[in-house]
Ligand binder design. Structure first.
Ligand SMILES: [Zn+2]
Length: 275
């Protein structure tokens, strides 16, 4: 079991290393593409005859971790779509851009997609770009769903969000899948999907974004953001935090600046909006 986890950690590190050239090529803003990894997914210990979905516990920073599943024909899509608008996965500082089809750069993405039986709960939701959700994850989920429909077989599946250090927004997600009954002959993949959006510069530490061309011309530093400070408590909030709206006018001060500067001044980030 221990060995299994060491192998998993090594795989995640390799995956992150693969992302580095992507970060360096940031200025060109290519449409995000998946990277196919050679590694064979390891689903040791899972029984491929019974459907199950296990969501990882969120970590100390509140970030969701890997979800692992055995998917199969008996798994049904959750009936009612829960209202997930109130969920705040880490790094969710949404912004609208005219050149994105649905305007908003971020979606509340399911680790295990709803069509695969994934639940509308916080441990299954992370902040992902529109491009990651629609152009990269969805086709892979469709592939799995189609395989199950066609064969009636089961599929081992794991989705792992990969964070660089203490970043609140994951840089990528690792998708691993292997069909159970035919030991991967019918379906097997291990792919790395970047959490990026063409034309948008992302600060992965916080999740704040800015237009890529602003970033290039130095117009808006990605690290500089609008905050609301409560001068009575010394807490600062993201501008869209509901708590920021409740601060009395006397104690409310709006600030634009670097998060690190506010912390240096002795202010503390709100625990809810995690600005
Ligand atoms: Zn707040």
């Amino acid at each position: 079991m221990r060995k299994h986890w060491i192998a998993r950690a090594a795989l995640c590190l390799c995956a992150l290393a693969l992302l580095l050239p992507f970060a360096a090529a940031f200025a060109e803003f290519p449409a995000p593409r998946e990277t196919v990894l050679e590694s064979v997914p390891d689903f040791g210990g899972l029984n491929g005859r019974h459907v199950v979905i296990r969501y990882g516990e969120r970590d100390a920073l509140g970030r969701c971790t890997a979800a692992t599943a055995v998917l199969g024909p008996e798994l049904r899509q959750g009936e009612e779509r829960a209202d997930i608008a109130d969920f705040r996965p880490t790094g969710l500082h949404n912004a609208a851009y005219g050149f994105i089809r649905d305007r908003w750069v971020y979606n509340r993405c399911h680790l295990i997609g709803r069509q695969l039986g994934g639940a509308d709960e916080l441990n299954n939701l992370f902040t992902g770009t529109h491009a990651l959700n629609h152009s990269l994850m969805l086709p892979r989920e469709n592939e799995i769903a189609a395989y199950i429909r066609k064969t009636g077989n089961h599929v081992f599946y794991r989705v792992t969000p990969l964070y660089d250090g203490d970043n609140l927004l994951c840089s990528a997600v690792l998708l691993e899948a292997e069909s159970a009954e035919d030991a991967g002959a019918g379906l097997r993949f291990c792919v790395l999907l970047p959490n990026s959006e063409p034309g948008v510069a992302i600060d992965y530490a916080t999740g704040y974004t800015t237009r890529a061309d602003d970033w290039e011309s130095g117009g808006t530093a990605a690290g500089s953001h609008a905050y609301v400070v409560n001068t009575r408590t010394g807490k600062f909030h993201a501008a869209d935090c509901p708590d920021a709206g409740n601060i009395s006018r006397r104690n409310r001060r709006e600030r634009t600046g670097l998060r690190s500067d506010l912390i240096r001044e002795g202010l503390t980030p709100c625990g809810k909006c995690r600005p």
